[in-house]
Design a protein around this ligand. Structure first.
Ligand code: ZN
Length: 244
């Protein structure tokens, strides 16, 4: 065994049931996470990330495997849905005890598709109700619209492909009060020249405002599109331009 190989890899290779609950593995090529003994094909060691809890894997953007069901019984009902009032209109928030999976304006045309996608990714029904991140989100959004804060600490569950995750991570690094372009975003996400793909990943963002896809504009300074409506994009950029 090479010195760099994680000792837990032996548990994975031998599909040891005794390792169940000790750690979870994320496969970086597929962004799926599993129990150590998952019957799916054993990934190469360099494609593995180890997590101490399913929550940590979800917050890193990995989605639960359908074969080994790493969320266990929790996967029967995990998603809850609530509403948030903002000065720009009502928003839908969907999350689990682990964090926030979706935040979107209720009148956005893509909402239905995105809601369906979240349901599928978590393999869970969506029931109305509270979840821990909801109250925190309401407080932080109120502070944001009152110009008291420009960043958020709500735990996010940005489940997606490796490239989507890279684009969303790059978005999180764009400070309030500034903008970026699809070209720069593609480069920051590790695929220079893939502006169109970066634009698609930007449009697939399910965590409006928190993952600031509204901070992407055309290289000519044009506002380009916004899923929540251009007037909202304009309002958000204006709000961030003049912090108190
Ligand atoms: Zn699995």
């Amino acid at each position: 065994m090479p010195a760099s190989l994680d000792p837990r890899y032996a548990d994975v290779v031998h599909r040891r049931r005794s390792a169940d609950g000790a750690f979870w593995i994320g496969v970086t090529t597929t962004h799926v996470f599993c129990r150590p003994w998952c019957p799916a094909r054993t990934p190469l060691p360099e494609h593995l990330e180890y997590f101490a809890s399913p929550t940590a894997a979800l917050q890193a953007g990995f989605r639960p495997c359908r074969r080994c069901r790493p969320l266990g019984d929790r996967s029967s009902v995990v998603l809850r849905e609530g509403r948030v009032e903002t000065p720009l209109g009502e928003m839908v928030a969907i999350g689990t005890t682990d964090g926030l999976a979706l935040l979107e304006f209720t009148d956005r045309p893509m909402l239905r598709t995105q809601r369906e996608r979240v349901r599928h990714l978590f393999a869970s029904e969506i029931l109305p109700g509270e979840f821990p991140a909801l109250r925190q989100l309401q407080q932080e959004l109120a502070g944001y619209f009152a110009r008291h804060r420009t960043t958020f600490t709500v735990p996010l569950l940005p489940l997606g492909t490796p490239f989507q995750r890279a684009v969303w991570r790059a978005l999180l690094a764009v400070p309030a009060g500034t903008t970026t372009t699809y070209e720069r975003l593609a480069g920051d996400a590790g695929r220079p020249g893939a502006a169109r793909a970066a634009g698609r990943a930007n449009g697939d963002n399910r965590l409006s405002i928190l993952v600031p896809c509204h901070r992407v504009i055309g290289s000519d300074g044009d506002l380009t599109g916004y899923g929540g409506g251009l007037w909202r994009k304009e309002a958000l950029l204006e709000l961030e331009r003049r912090p108190s």
